[in-house]
Ligand binder design. Structure first.
Ligand code: AHG
Ligand code: MN
Ligand code: MN
Length: 340
């Protein structure tokens, strides 16, 4: 087997660059290792599936009215425990908690906030499909204990973001704002090893990703874009397209970071009527994935503005999402602009 560098070695090598950017490399690296520890533990539970007794519904709903799976709650607890122990956090906000979790008295506190989707794609859990953990780290600007409002910073303020994909292999994909690096978990060693240096999204693609079951509700620009792709060589794109839908954003984004593509979870007429701006959540799904995409040379947009520029007003705010290969996202932006 090739000798690969460990996550720890990578972080040490990256430290000088972070310091040059005025970031506290020691603190961020300690936090990153805590996040990686949490991911190893969650991956272990996911891998054992039914044998670990973690499958099935928890019998309760989260703040967004979605049914929680047992593993949603367990992953949330594991993530909190492992990351708060790093001493680098002031608070944790999660898909699975109405309000942020303040680091309790007696636990060392730090100067960062973290937002997390502890288990993305949780409907895949019971069918052994791809899932993941998505995280985004923001600075905590004050000396005081954080409030929910302190988390409401745009994606441009992120200092570290990434995801861990639980699939045929467990992979950690991260950015500190200087490119995207991917690590594969060596289960025997319990270590993440650098396997995907400098991940880049090809500018062009012929692959799209959308839940086509909602086609009847799509707004005109999305309808136009997908219709043209589906017409293939006979249509205005003069090319045949392929379609993939993993059912977990982590799975779809990972594929795009590996080989290109475009991922859409747009707003639609049905959502609009229900007063929702989209399905995916800005703070712990759209923002971290948008930053990874842009760091890998892709684009991420709502149709009206870049995702990273959205000023959040709520912890669990939803946004329309279009991200991936630059040429296709630019085309989608164009269709949205000309329709408005
Ligand atoms: P979560 O399991 O964290 O609630 O997220 C699920 C999200 C996202 O991962 C995925 O892309 C999308 O929901 C799938 O939605 P549909 O079931 O509407 O296809
Ligand atoms: Mn999710
Ligand atoms: Mn989730």
């Amino acid at each position: 087997m090739t000798q690969r560098i460990t996550l720890k070695d990578y972080l040490n090598q990256n430290a000088a660059l972070l310091q040059e950017q005025g970031k506290d490399a020691d603190a961020l690296n300690t936090l990153m290792l805590g996040i990686a520890d949490a991911c190893v533990d969650i991956a272990d539970l996911v891998r054992h599936g039914e044998l670990a007794g973690v499958l099935g519904a928890a019998g309760q709903e989260n703040v967004q009215g979605e049914e929680q799976k047992k593993l949603d709650i367990i992953a949330n607890d594991v993530f909190i425990e492992k990351t708060q122990d790093t001493g680098q956090l002031a608070g944790i906000a999660s898909e699975e908690m109405d309000h942020h979790y303040p680091i309790p008295d007696g636990v060392e506190k730090g100067k960062y906030l973290i937002t997390v989707d502890p288990l993305d794609g949780s409907s895949n859990i019971d069918v052994n499909g791809a899932t993941g953990t998505i995280f985004s780290v923001l600075p905590h600007m004050s000396e005081d204990a954080p409030t929910d409002a302190d988390f409401l910073q745009s994606g441009e303020q992120q200092v570290l973001a990434g995801y861990c994909l639980f699939s045929s292999a467990t992979m950690l994909v991260i950015t500190f704002g200087n490119g995207v690096a991917g690590f594969t978990l060596d289960i025997e060693q319990g270590e993440f090893l650098l396997s995907h240096e400098n991940m880049t999204v090809p500018k062009t693609t012929k692959e799209f990703s959308i839940n086509a079951a909602y086609a009847a509700h799509w707004h005109a620009p999305v309808k136009r874009y997908i219709d043209e792709c589906v017409q293939g060589e006979q249509g205005p794109r003069d090319a045949n397209f392929n379609m993939r839908w993993a059912g977990s954003m982590v799975g779809d984004v990972h594929r795009i970071l590996c080989r290109g593509g475009v991922f859409l979870y747009p707003s639609d007429e049905r959502m609009q009527k229900a007063g929702k701006a989209g399905k995916l959540r800005l703070m712990y799904e759209a923002n971290p994935m948008a930053w990874l995409m842009e760091q890998a040379g892709g684009l991420a947009h709502t149709g009206a503005q870049s995702i990273l520029s959205v000023d959040p007003t709520e912890l669990h705010q939803r946004v329309p999402v279009m991200m991936g290969s630059a040429d296709e996202v630019e085309r989608l932006i164009d269709y949205h602009t000309s329709a408005s």
